[in-house]
Write a protein of this length. Structure first.
Length: 134
């Protein structure tokens, strides 16, 4: 369960608010795959959806599973049905039109939050936070 699920290893978390952000998430894919295959960090994708959509959870989860070709990607994708305003306030997310990337360290705290598509600068920043000694 969260946040206990974060304890014990570095986790790169991608947060999206709209199914149309799939292409934005995919910009991070090769970087995440490279980092995760080296056992330096694991990855989680949190599609954040309004609590009212929970009644459609089965259909949403089936759609997400179809989009994730690899079993590991399916397992790493956890839809969150929450009060979106409260969620954004708690994580200091100002722009829901962007995807957000977090590095969560072993104690469950956030060491980095950046927003937007993957680029080399964002990748280097995330990699530096993943490599930082605990």
């Amino acid at each position: 369960s969260f946040p206990d699920d974060f304890r014990g290893s570095r986790t790169i978390v991608l947060v999206a608010f709209d199914f149309k952000q799939r292409a934005d998430l995919d910009t991070w894919g090769p970087f995440i795959d490279r980092i995760a295959c080296g056992d330096r960090a694991r990855a989680r994708l949190f599609p954040v959806l309004p609590r009212a959509m929970r009644m459609m959870e089965k259909m949403i989860v089936m759609t997400l599973r179809k989009d994730a070709a690899e079993p590991a990607a399916r397992e790493a994708t956890v839809p969150l049905f929450v009060d979106v305003d409260e969620f954004c306030l708690a994580l200091d997310i100002a722009d829901r039109d962007l995807i957000h990337t977090f590095v969560v360290v072993e104690d469950g705290s956030v060491s980095l939050h950046c927003a937007g598509l993957y680029d080399d600068a964002a990748g280097q920043l995330v990699e530096a936070h993943v490599a930082k000694p605990a």
